[in-house]
Design a protein around this ligand. Structure first.
Ligand SMILES: [Fe+2]
Length: 271
């Protein structure tokens, strides 16, 4: 992977990168108190919304002594930057108007948020999920499986809501949003995991939602429609407050999601 490190003092530029990482030093603080921003260079290339001071990328001579600079800046590495890059790059590659509408809220850098690792039982379904993915969704799933054990996993529901068995087979990671690994107040994005033979029953929420399953074999339902199996890579849109549900069979579900247009940390209402 290529990565650029661009200090607010214009100190370092490292070419050969897919990501732009930005360091801002707080007044009077040291490196450990820096704020880091990151977005993929692929996003810079495709977005026309990026303006002003959030455009830190400045091409530098191609043959800088990168190794020494990288070593010097080892402490500035943004955690999960590659996962964010894979996530956004996959969505951008779809070149779909609906996807672009969701991504419109990402017109700027997202500062990293240091979160503790929090693990859940549903992580056991990550590695087996690789057998149910191929094609364009596989690289992102691989990156998620690799980073999974270090991420901050969450659950919206309690055992009172849906039972202990559901909780042992369900979890999500918010990659960016109001509480995720990167800060964003307009759009939330992350991963949902459901174990095999699990029903995520009808629920709804004010935010509109876009899912892209990274694995096939899951049946999806919304509104009055019947359950229908969706392949890996499908775009599944849920309008605001529309009931929807998913049920898995032999294959676990790993899907990426985007939320916009409503409270990004709201608990869904079970129907
Ligand atoms: Fe939903």
């Amino acid at each position: 992977m290529r990565r650029d490190l661009v200090g607010s003092k214009g100190a370092n530029h490292v070419l050969d990168c897919n990501l732009v990482c930005v360091q801002f030093e707080l007044a009077g603080s040291g490196v450990d108190d820096c704020i880091h921003g990151v977005f993929p260079t692929s996003f810079l290339e495709t977005s026309s919304d990026l303006t002003g001071s959030w455009l830190p990328f400045q091409p530098a001579p191609a043959h800088r002594a990168c190794a020494g600079i990288k070593q010097e800046n080892k402490r500035l590495t943004v955690q999960f930057a590659e996962l964010l890059d894979s996530f956004l790059s996959h969505l951008i590659s779809r070149r779909d108007p609906l996807v672009q509408r969701f991504l419109g809220g990402l017109s700027g850098a997202m500062r990293s948020r240091l979160l503790p690792t929090r693990r859940l039982p549903c992580e056991r379904h990550l590695a087996p999920a690789l057998a149910y993915a191929d094609g364009p969704t596989l690289p992102l799933l691989r990156q998620f499986v690799q980073d999974g054990p270090a991420l901050n996993w969450g659950q919206t529901y309690s055992a009172t809501d849906l039972g202990r068995d559901f909780l042992d087979n369900y979890g999500w990671v918010e990659l960016f949003g109001t509480r995720g690994h990167f800060e964003n107040d307009l759009v939330a994005g992350g991963f949902l995991v459901l174990g095999p033979n699990t029903l995520y029953p009808d629920h709804h929420h004010l935010a509109e939602e876009l899912y892209v399953p990274l694995t096939g074999g899951t049946e999806w339902h919304k509104g009055d429609a019947e359950f229908k199996e969706q392949a890996a890579g499908a775009l599944i849109h849920h309008a605001s407050d529309v009931n929807h549900a998913m049920r898995t069979a032999d294959a676990p579900l790993v899907a990426i999601y985007l939320w916009r247009g409503g409270p990004l940390a709201a608990k869904s209402t079970l129907s």
